[in-house]
Design a protein around this ligand. Structure first.
Ligand SMILES: NC(=O)c1ccc[n+]([C@@H]2O[C@H](COP(=O)([O-])OP(=O)(O)OC[C@H]3O[C@@H](n4cnc5c(N)ncnc54)[C@H](O)[C@@H]3O)[C@@H](O)[C@H]2O)c1
Length: 309
C-alpha cells in the first residue's frame, strides 16, 4: 500500500532517527516515511517509539522501532546495524535525541546534571556520528548526517549546561563536516528555536494537551514571536536529507581540497578516489537518470524553490 498523501523525495532511503518517540524525532520520522523513506526509529522509551512506528505503518509507510539509549555505544552501533540488517543499508542518520534541564542556574547545576546533559546531548551525538561514518565508509557511496543542536548552542540563552552541550554539538558538526566531506558525507546540524514538546514536561505530563496560550508563550521566546512546532524542524531535516541539501557541502569543498593537497598527499589521494564514486552513483550506469531519479530530482527542485522554514 502506498503512503497516504506521500511523496517520493526519500524513496527507499534508509534513515535512522534517534529520539523518534516524541517531538521533533516523531515528526521527522512521519515526514520521512511519508516521502518514501524506510525509517528505523530509535528511542529510550520503547512504548513511545512503538507508537511512532504504528502511526507510520497505519498510513502505509515502512518503519521499525528499536529501543536505544544513545548514551550506550553498543545501543547506537546496534541501531545502525539494525537498519542495515533490516533494509540492506543506511543513507541518513539523524542524531536528534536530547534532554534539557530547564530553570537551573550555574549554582544549581550538580555534577550529576552536568554529566547527564553531556552524556545524552553530546556523547549520544558522538556515537551516532561515529557509527554512521563507519557504515557510510563500508558502503562507499557517501551519506548524510544531521544533528540536532539548538538556538541555545549559538547564543547565550537556554540554560548553562544545556547551552554548553548544544554548543558542543554545533562545533563537532562543523569539524566532522570538514573531516568527512572528501568521502561525500554531508554533516549538518539544525538549531531549533523554542517550542513546546515533551522536552520540558515531566514524564507523567508527556503528551498532555497544551493550550494555545502555552504554545504562544514558547513562541514569544523566539525572535519571531510565533509558535514553532516539531513539523517545522522536520522540514528542515528533510531539506538537508534530500539531494537538494548538497548545497550545504559545496562551500567547504574547495578549501578542504586545497588543504589536503598541500598538507597531506595520502589523504588527497583518498579524497580523489572518494570523489570518483560520486558522479556514477548520482546518474547510474551509462550516465542516464532513471525515470524515478528524474521524478525525485524534479520534486527536489520544487522543495528547493518552495521550502519555507
Ligand atoms: N523543544 C525545544 O524547544 C527545543 C529547542 C531546540 C532544540 N531542541 C532539541 O531538539 C531535540 C528533540 O527535542 P524535542 O523537543 O523533540 O523533545 P522530546 O522530549 O519531545 O523528544 C526527545 C526524545 O528523545 C528521547 N530520549 C531522551 N533521552 C534519550 C536517550 N538517552 N536515548 C534515546 N532517546 C532518548 C526521549 O524519550 C524523547 O522521545 C533535542 O535534541 C532537543 O535538545 C529542542
Amino acid at each position: 500500500m502506498a503512503h497516504e498523501g506521500g511523496g517520493t523525495l526519500l524513496q527507499d532511503k534508509v534513515t535512522v532517527i534517534t529520539g523518534a518517540g516524541s517531538g521533533v524525532g516523531r515528526a521527522t520520522s512521519l515526514l520521512f516515511a511519508a516521502q518514501g523513506a524506510k525509517v528505523v526509529c530509535g528511542d529510550l522509551r520503547k512504548a513511545w517509539v512503538d507508537d511512532t512506528v504504528a502511526l507510520i505503518t497505519d498510513a502505509g509507510g515502512q518503519a521499525t522501532a528499536v529501543e536505544c539509549d544513545v548514551t550506550s555505544e553498543s545501543d547506537v552501533e546496534e541501531l545502525i546495524a539494525a537498519a542495515r540488517r533490516t533494509y540492506g543499508r543506511v543513507d541518513v542518520v539523524f542524531n536528534n535525541a536530547g534532554i534539557s534541564t530547564p530553570g537551573l542556574s550555574i549554582e544549581t547545576h550538580t555534577d550529576e546534571v552536568w554529566d547527564k546533559l553531556m552524556d545524552v546531548n553530546v556523547r549520544g551525538v558522538f556515537y551516532g556520528c561515529k557509527h554512521a561514518v563507519t557504515a557510510f565508509k563500508e558502503q562507499g557511496d557517501g551519506g548524510v548526517i544531521i544533528n540536532t543542536s539548538s538556538i541555545a548552542g549559538l547564543v547565550g540563552i537556554g540554560g548553562f549546561g544545556y547551552g554548553a552541550s548544544k554548543g558542543a554539538v554545533t562545533q563537532l558538526t562543523r569539524v566532522l563536516a570538514i573531516e568527512v566531506a572528501p568521502l561525500m558525507i554531508r554533516v549538518n546540524c539544525i538549531a531549533p528555536g523554542f517550542m513546546l514538546t515533551n522536552l520540558t514536561k515531566s514524564e507523567e505530563d508527556a503528551f498532555s494537551e497544551s493550550s494555545e496560550e502555552e504554545h504562544a508563550q514558547y513562541g514569544r521566546m523566539n525572535p519571531m514571536p510565533i509558535p514553532v512546532v516539531p513539523e517545522h524542524i522536520a522540514n528542515a531535516a528533510l531539506f538537508l536529507a534530500v539531494k537538494t541539501g548538497r548545497a550545504t557541502a559545496f562551500n567547504i569543498d574547495k578549501p578542504i581540497a586545497d588543504f589536503y593537497e598541500h598538507e597531506n598527499d595520502d589523504q588527497h589521494d583518498a579524497q580523489r578516489a572518494a570523489r570518483a564514486i560520486s558522479p556514477a552513483a548520482a546518474v547510474g550506469p551509462g550516465g542516464q537518470r532513471s525515470e524515478q531519479q528524474k521524478e525525485q530530482d524534479d520534486q527536489e527542485e520544487d522543495i528547493h524553490d518552495g521550502v519555507s522554514l
